[in-house]
Design a protein around this ligand. Structure first.
Ligand SMILES: Cc1cc2nc3c(=O)[nH]c(=O)nc-3n(C[C@H](O)[C@H](O)[C@H](O)COP(=O)(O)OP(=O)(O)OC[C@H]3O[C@@H](n4cnc5c(N)ncnc54)[C@H](O)[C@@H]3O)c2cc1C
Ligand SMILES: CSCC(=O)[O-]
Length: 406
């Protein structure tokens, strides 16, 4: 039976002090960084790798997200990237021999306006052209798929229909990080927690030579940064300005209840999304706070407005008590698409810009980031996701496509 389920945490070698030198240093011990270390070892046979994490393993956005996994994005480049990841999710528990609890319960994206209907139908057709599952449901069919959904016409934003990606789902966020950490560690990767990178060192030729950390200097010819909301802070250490804006994104969970909610429901118009965790909590998310900040919390008005929307769409939850809320620091690009690329500094690579939607990309981004680091060139799938696209105006504008920052 697969190891790992609610509560049981696997062990990985805990390395207190980094060695003086590695072949590759990965900055950021979130799901993306840990996964990149795993695929570098597993698929590229590289072993002399360190993952340097300033806090505790996967304590950043990997620990704080609402775990929605889907690939129903509009543009060919995006859907190819997210579908690459979804396919990796579908076998990840077996690959890591650790149950990441990936549950393909479907994802309904509900439409409340004519514009929503047009946008989601366009997504359905574009996805089908790319061989990605997605279908259009009437309001009645959406309610049949998700009985708690309120489709009465006398609510503020009546449901006009929904798109459904049946292969979409959720996973247990820390399990995917723990699974990657254990598997990478078993292949010799050093994972060093509570060790902050404070500088990126470069030689006379401009190439990276390593990093400064709170545990001393660590040398390497390749440094790969996967630091999410702090990516621009870290890349600034090498003199690189990233087109990122860090905003708080909040989420909240209810008290646990019996299984009551069969799928994921997202709404761009009323800006709320909800699913039920395996522990029984309703996991609810919203839009980002509009100001730039590195705090892991946000304004009370965001959850308040989100809960009002949830209570209107799902009246059965009106008496549910909320248990806790939190925030994370999302690294948002102007077109809401990521950057997985080499930088202009030889030996320095970056994977960032996942903003509010990178948990679903965890295995895919890790896999392609590892390829880019190992081969010193991008895989065809992540080739369009460069920093230079913002200079050249070759945007992959999923924000405009989805009319929301997800
Ligand atoms: C509230 C919320 C809800 C979300 N919901 C979803 C969702 O439902 N679906 C989805 O697909 N995405 C979602 N996301 C986005 C998703 O969580 C992230 O895009 C994804 O987890 C990023 O993974 P990561 O490994 O890059 O980042 P992280 O897990 O944040 O890892 C980055 C790590 O870098 C470390 N670091 C930073 N600076 C340094 C330094 N100088 N030295 C060493 N280490 C450093 C940090 O401590 C952190 O642990 C959500 C995000 C939030 C905040
Ligand atoms: C935080 S929103 C999750 C998503 O984009 O699927």
């Amino acid at each position: 039976a697969l190891g790992g389920h609610l509560g049981w945490k696997p062990q990985w070698r805990s390395v207190e002090q980094p060695k003086k030198a590695y072949d590759i240093i990965i900055v950021g011990g979130g799901g993306h960084g840990l996964g990149a270390a795993y695929y570098l070892a597993k698929q590229h046979g590289l072993r002399n790798i360190a993952v340097i994490e300033r806090g505790w393993l996967a304590g950043g956005n990997t620990a704080r997200n609402t775990t929605i996994i889907r690939s129903n994005y509009l543009f060919d480049e995006s859907s190819s990237y997210y579908e690459h990841s979804l396919k990796l999710w579908e076998n990840l528990s077996q690959e890591l021999n650790y149950n990441v609890m990936f549950s393909q319960r479907g994802c309904l994206m509900v439409a409340h306006t004519v514009h929503d209907v047009q946008v989601f139908k366009r997504h359905v057709h574009a996805n089908r052209l790319n061989g990605i599952d997605n279908e259009w449901l009437s309001a009645e069919e959406a309610k049949e798929f998700c009985p708690p959904l309120n489709i009465s016409s006398n609510i503020r934003y009546p449901v006009l229909g929904a798109s459904l990606q049946r292969r979409a789902g959720t996973a247990r966020h820390d399990a995917v990080a723990w699974g990657f950490a254990r598997a990478a560690s078993d292949m010799g990767v050093d994972i060093i927690e509570n060790c902050e990178v404070t500088g990126i060192n470069r030689g006379p030729d401009g190439a990276v030579t390593g990093v400064e950390t709170t545990k001393g200097t660590v040398n390497a010819k390749k440094v790969a940064v996967s630091a999410a909301g702090h990516s621009s802070v870290v890349l600034e250490m090498a003199g690189i300005r990233l087109p990122l804006q860090s905003n708080p994104l909040q989420a909240l969970v209810s008290e646990p209840v019996k299984p009551a909610f069969p799928t994921i429901v997202m709404s761009n118009t009323i800006h709320a999304y909800i699913s039920q965790s395996d522990k029984g909590e309703m996991v609810i998310g919203a839009g980002t706070d509009s100001y730039v900040s590195y705090t892991q919390r946000g304004g009370l008005h965001i959850p308040a407005e989100t809960l009002a929307a949830i209570c209107e769409l799902f009246p059965m939850f009106r008496r549910l008590r909320m248990m806790r809320s939190w925030g994370g620091i999302t690294d948002n690009t102007p077109d809401r698409s990521p950057i997985t690329a080499k930088t202009s500094v030889p030996g320095l690579y970056v994977n960032c810009g996942w903003g509010t939607g990178g948990f679903k990309a965890t295995p895919g981004a890790a896999n392609l980031f590892a390829w880019t680091i190992a081969k010193n060139e991008p895989h065809p799938i992540n080739a369009p996701f460069t920093i230079e696209r913002f200079r050249d105006g070759v945007m992959i504008d999923e924000a405009a496509a989805a009319a929301v920052a997800h």
